[in-house]
Design a protein. Structure first.
Ligand code: LFR
Length: 483
């Protein structure tokens, strides 16, 4: 955020944002790497255990902030958002080991242990979350078997941990806290019974609201970045999906959204959680959004299936046989629609590895013929994602008591015209694509609001996004809405 509003252009006409281009962001922050074998860091780690390299991430954040301040010394604040559910454990101001990755197989084993005490249906009625084996509560159940948890005095989700590194102040931002499974869906407070059972009752920091000030950038970091004055760190909607939906330029209160990156988060925005058996059996989650809204949504695998397939093919190819997604997509788009779809949300696609092989197996099991080329695999993924986005958008809206009037596709996946068009075709409603960097916009808008006074409701934030970004519209081709 810059302090003098010079990055947003206040003219006679509508207020417009100077939206950072994806390339700009890459240049500043570089590409953060994903899952590492835990054994890269800890000698006695199980071979299949996965972790994030938070030290590398922190080094990149510092590098990026240095570049950002060099360009704009008038930056007034910083806001941090990230993926959800994963956490750092601290003892006396030091991190204990690495942050485990939510794709770590230990979580699956923990599910049945936790369910000995808390049945899945009871958990849903307490926390309103979709069952996902990587929710923080399952990770903590696995962690209980490890001595590390007993030694910890503080648990911080990833953005809260970065905020602490930046300011020295501890807190638990509410939108991200709502993904842990430890928040009571009715009271919005930490659930003491679950926290006690999981051994984290004394380690959970106080909840803080998005828009509040976490603290001031530590002086030694301000000096490192070349910041001329005091810089605030603002708690934004620190769950990336919460930031993305806050900035999604929804057409009406009855519009559905898909925040499509690694994950496809498909849902609607509601004033209150839906804790019915239908919602639970449908696999829906109630996550807290900006201004106490509820994101009733379903986690469906997103572009992970594409990126992991490409990674797998490249890993197993000669150095001169490396391919990119961009090089294969035109041929995939030109193919006939496949007769068979896969369920992108199936647990078999969660772990890294031979995703194309698992897709072929799923197609054969469904009675289809094995895809013969990489382009066919990609086409099956895109058709399956679109079908799943369309179906889940209608289910979410149905649980909210309406039919969707449009589907907004935001995030990296909105750059694929084929995915947008197929989603429109399969849903029978218009797909509005963009912004690509919706999470970054949601982050910066909450900071803008924190600086700018009272009258920035979400409607006004979304209007600013509409004024600033070139959206693309995809009308459905062919038959009407899905049943
Ligand atoms: C999206 C996301 C999802 C969460 C998954 C894992 O990036 O934050 O909302 O379920 O990542 O944290």
């Amino acid at each position: 955020m810059d302090s003098k509003n010079s990055h947003s252009t206040q003219q006679a006409g509508p207020l417009v944002f100077d939206v950072p281009q994806p390339d700009d962001l890459d240049e500043i922050f570089g590409i953060a790497s994903g899952a590492h074998p835990l054994s890269d860091f800890e000698e006695d780690a199980a071979p299949e255990a996965l972790a994030w390299d938070l030290d590398e991430l922190w080094a990149k954040i510092r590098h990026g902030l240095g570049l950002a301040f060099a360009r704009r010394p008038d930056i007034a604040s910083i806001g941090v958002d990230s993926w959800a559910v994963d956490y750092a454990l601290l003892r006396e101001g030091h991190r204990l080991g690495q942050v485990r990755h939510y794709r770590d197989p230990r979580n699956e084993r923990a599910v049945e242990h936790l369910e000995l005490t808390f049945a899945r249906s009871e958990l849903f009625s307490r926390n309103g979350l979709q069952f996902l084996p990587f929710n923080t509560i399952y990770q903590l159940e696995a962690e209980r078997a490890d001595g590390r948890l007993a030694r910890a005095d503080t648990l911080l989700l990833v953005p809260d941990y970065i905020n602490w590194l930046l300011t020295g102040v501890l807190g638990a931002e509410r939108t991200n806290a709502s993904t842990t499974g430890l928040l009571d869906a009715r009271t919005g407070a930490w659930d003491p019974e679950l926290a006690n059972h999981l051994g984290v009752a004394g380690t959970l920091p106080q909840l803080v609201e998005p828009g509040s000030t976490v603290g001031t950038l530590r002086p030694e970091l301000a000096a490192e970045f070349g910041a001329p004055g005091s810089v605030d760190v603002i708690a934004v909607a620190s769950h990336d999906t919460a930031s993305a939906v806050a900035a999604a330029p929804l057409t009406t209160g009855h519009s559905a959204y898909v925040s499509c990156g690694t994950w496809g988060l498909v849902g609607v925005e509601l004033p209150a959680p839906v804790l019915t058996e239908d919602a639970r059996l449908g696999g829906f989650t109630n996550e807290i959004g900006l201004d106490s809204t509820v994101r009733l949504l379903k986690n469906v695998t997103g572009t992970w299936l594409l990126s992991e397939s490409i990674r797998y093919w490249n890993q197993n190819a000669a150095p001169d046989g490396q391919i990119t997604l961009e090089s294969l997509l035109p041929a995939a788009a030109a193919l006939e629609s496949p007769g068979i779809l896969i369920d992108p949300a199936a647990e078999r696609f969660l772990a890294p590895g031979d995703v194309p092989g698992r897709i072929c197996a799923a197609v054969l099991e469904a009675g289809g013929t094995e895809p013969e080329s990489r382009e066919q695999v990609l086409r099956i993924i895109l058709e399956s994602l679109a079908a799943s986005f369309a179906a889940q958008a209608f289910s979410a809206a149905g649980l909210g008591g309406f039919t969707p009037d449009a589907i907004h596709l935001v995030g990296g996946g909105s750059q694929s015209e084929l995915l947008c068009q197929l989603t429109a075709d399969k849903s029978g409603v218009e797909v509005v694509a963009g912004p690509v960097e919706c999470t970054a916009l949601g982050n910066v808008l909450v900071q803008l609001r924190a600086h700018g006074g009272e009258d920035w409701d979400m409607g006004r934030m979304r209007q600013l996004v509409r004024n600033s970004v070139q959206l693309q519209y995809f009308a459905p081709r062919g038959a009407g809405p899905i049943a």
